[in-house]
Design a protein around this ligand. Structure first.
Ligand SMILES: [Zn+2]
Length: 114
């Protein structure tokens, strides 16, 4: 996949998962755009890192939301009633997916949260 394609795909996947949890307002989209812009620079330095981009953008957005005291995406997949968020695995690699670390389960591929 070429570079613009990688970033557009990452943007679409993360936007889908933000929308799945009701976080697709203008402020969230702007935060996502910032994360994409920074990864554009990163990808320019390391074109071979293309397969890692989607998972990294998801984690970038997650980190920025944590800074705003927002947990995203909340886990709704397990029985643990204590609020906790899903994590991306692998942290650096292709085919990123959301997992609940508490229950040790895979919840959904990135871009396919419900
Ligand atoms: Zn869970």
């Amino acid at each position: 996949m070429n570079e613009p394609g990688v970033l557009l795909t990452a943007r679409a996947m993360v936007l889908h998962d933000l929308a799945a949890r009701g976080f697709n307002d203008a402020a969230m989209v702007s935060l996502l755009e910032d994360a994409i812009a920074e990864r554009q620079w990163w990808l320019d330095q390391w074109p071979d890192g293309a397969e890692h981009i989607a998972g990294l953008v998801a984690q970038d957005v997650q980190d920025r939301l944590v800074d705003n005291r927002i947990r995203w995406p909340r886990c709704t997949a397990c029985d643990d009633l204590h609020d906790h968020e899903l994590r991306i695995e692998p942290e650096l690699g292709p085919n990123p997916h959301w997992v609940c670390e508490r229950a040790g389960i895979t919840v959904a591929p990135l871009g396919q949260l419900t």
